[in-house]
Design a protein around this ligand. Sequence first.
Ligand SMILES: [Zn+2]
Length: 350
Amino acid sequence: MLPASVISATVRPHCGTPTPPGERVATLATPQVTDGQGHARGFGGRELYVGEIRDAVMSEGLACPHCHGRRVVRYGKRKGVQRYRCRECGRTFTDFTGTVLHGLRRRDLWLDFCQCLMEGLSVRDAAERLGISKNTSFAWRHRAISALATADSHCMCKGLVELAQLPMLRSFKGSKVPPDARMDHLKPWVSRYHRVYGHLIPRPRLITLLVAVDRAGRTRAEVVPRGEILTPTLSRMAVSQAEVCVPGVGNRFRFGAGWPGGVRWIGGLRRRIGRVGGGPLYHVRNANRLIHDFVEWMRRFFGVATKYLLRYFSWHLRVAALAGSGSAAAPKLLFLEMLGRGPMAVGLRV
Ligand SMILES: [Zn+2]
């Protein structure tokens, strides 16, 4: 069953009370996606109303975001945005408290900004299109993608879980490189072929992006120091009963005392010595493809600081899932994802 917020983003309802224009938060101004005959694809979803955000955020009823108290009263309204007061802690909040829209002045541009995110525009290009400053564009990007990463951090993979890892060098882009991670003295080919010359590179630089994806499409990623035992990290990404599929060749996966749900080694020597049963169901193709697509998509950014890598990963997941739909509602669905109420956040495949 789709949450109401997602239905209204994808389908224009034929009945029901019209949403008051005074409560409109944003209207998508970028040209509509059309099919070959010039007909608009998708329905509605080009406007965003306060009521829709309220429905999505308070899907379990009115509660104080500060103390989770239920004794909440209405406390005035401004431009369609309701203000509330909690009788338990005495603090006030609005429909936007705790969301990406909290404290923003130009909320009316937010759907268009989501469109820029869908297109993977640079900070500068998005700023130019929306007529905002570069700093605002950068701040909005990180506000948006950190909300996506937060929504993802609550997800746990279940059942058969594919694992893949991507060895990387830690990037300190935008901040000072700590003395023990400096690489100025190294020849360029050492860092380029860091998988081979890992022993020449300072330890803090050697990291791995670990990706887990289950057969329902639930996806998690973590950054781990290279060579670390993965069991503790994996226990934050997948339930303990999950059976993990791991490539046995060329990827150094370490599980220490093992994984409670069991490990299936795919291909390679370990299979030949009979440690696992295989079969067509056990593979890591989805996880490998995800990493491949992510690496390709990331080229446009010319390097991203590692502390932000998981945010970019969450962003890429949404773009990959929503862009394919070609729907004019994609920016709005992306916004619902930021509220933790989009189709992916509630476990639906797009
Ligand atoms: Zn409260």
